[in-house]
Design a protein. Structure first.
Length: 74
């Protein structure tokens, strides 16, 4: 769990809650949906029933802003 706080436009959220409270929420949601589609399309995971003798692995999303250094417009 993260401690939600107000984010400026250039700060990276630390957790999902911060994404949902961000002024950039719509953009983050589009990016997350695109990433989930890519994972699905590339068969990166398979949903299975958890065997009784196994434990679930924990995971987390890392939110990063990509800055293009060689940006040019056509």
């Amino acid at each position: 769990m993260c401690s939600s706080s107000f984010l400026s436009n250039e700060e990276e959220p630390e957790c999902y809650e911060e994404v949902m409270e961000s002024e950039q929420k719509k953009k983050w949601v589009v990016v997350v949906e695109d990433e989930m589609k890519s994972l699905h399309d590339n068969h990166a995971f398979k949903l299975v029933k958890l065997p009784k003798d196994m434990k679930v692995l924990q995971n987390q999303w890392i939110y990063r802003l990509k800055i293009e250094e060689n940006f040019s417009t056509p």
